[in-house]
Write a protein that binds this ligand. Sequence first.
Ligand SMILES: NC(=O)C1=CN([C@@H]2O[C@H](COP(=O)(O)OP(=O)(O)OC[C@H]3O[C@@H](n4cnc5c(N)ncnc54)[C@H](OP(=O)(O)O)[C@@H]3O)[C@@H](O)[C@H]2O)C=CC1
Ligand SMILES: CC(C)(CO)C(=O)C(=O)O
Length: 327
Amino acid sequence: MRITIFGAGAIGGYLAAKLAMTGRVDLSIMARGAHLDAIKAAGLRLIEDGHESVVSVRAAAQAQELGVQDYVVLALKAHSLAPALDQIAPLLGEGTAVVTMQNGVPWWYFHKIGGSLEGTRLQAVDPGGVIWDRLGPDRVIGSVVYPAAEVDAPGLVRHIEGKRFSLGEPSGEKSERVTRLAAEMVAAGLQVPVRDDIRSEIWVKLWGNLSFNPISALTGSTLAAIAADEATRTLARTMMLEAQAIGESLGVRFPINVDRRIKGAGDVGEHKTSMLQDLERGRPMEIDALVTAVQELGRLTGQPTPAIDNVLALVRRLAIERGCYLT
Ligand SMILES: NC(=O)C1=CN([C@@H]2O[C@H](COP(=O)(O)OP(=O)(O)OC[C@H]3O[C@@H](n4cnc5c(N)ncnc54)[C@H](OP(=O)(O)O)[C@@H]3O)[C@@H](O)[C@H]2O)C=CC1
Ligand SMILES: CC(C)(CO)C(=O)C(=O)O
């Protein structure tokens, strides 16, 4: 099985190291800059459970060096995907599956959903529909990423916690391609449930991200602090209820209530969200996939989003001022 992980940063690097350790798959990664140089020179290093491992993995800057794959795992930040399309193209053959491992609303959301919105392209995550046109939604396997990881230094990934990567076809079908990939990831020690309704799980993760992430970036607060402060907790809750109405109007089943989801986010503790970390490091923030896309879904479904609109206006402005917003 030929697998390329495109964007082997925190999550892609963690997954690559775990898969490489099994020796069961023909694995490659696409990386760039000092990270690529370090992996080529000394292997991919992973710190997990206090133990450092080094794995040898084929690493490339140009997809032509790797050729057509069975699976391409996209572990880029959402805003990095459109600029990478030319680089991804040589990896794709007729039967190549593409696994999208991004937080937020995925660009393929309205593929095989049925109903009047079938085939709708989301401008917030796929301006002009170029990702849809170039990758093709039929290739897609969706996912929800639960592990937390960071790149500590070029070539060095630190796993923080979590081993679950849920997978699911947009159609809900338990296809051979999704079950085969899940089996390889399970063999690598990961927890990989195959879902028949991946969109509902995307929403539960998104629920926290669309509210806690921008509030944390605006306030500099951790998840625990936002959940403990009555005013910020109420703001997060209001945003989440707006999002829940949108999701439910799209047929999503929320398996838990909003207060349980807030408690779950708060229980993560004194942890800075990825959006706050990106702001502090001067890196592009995933605002459009996590927040703007939800606003767009609100417009599409006729659901009002006043709290989301206000927080989005502020966090986008902050990101522009700090040079952390990619348009
Ligand atoms: N980190 C985490 O704990 C979690 C992350 N997620 C989600 O997973 C996704 C990935 O996040 P994360 O792993 O943190 O992101 P990272 O920034 O750590 O990794 C992305 C990697 O892709 C590389 N990249 C981007 N464009 C290209 C390109 N054209 N060619 C080669 N390499 C490229 C980046 O390089 P460069 O650094 O040079 O830009 C970087 O190494 C995001 O959607 C995130 O929200 C979800 C759950 C937890
Ligand atoms: C920690 C968490 C769950 C915040 O909602 C997250 O996914 C992120 O930081 O992006």
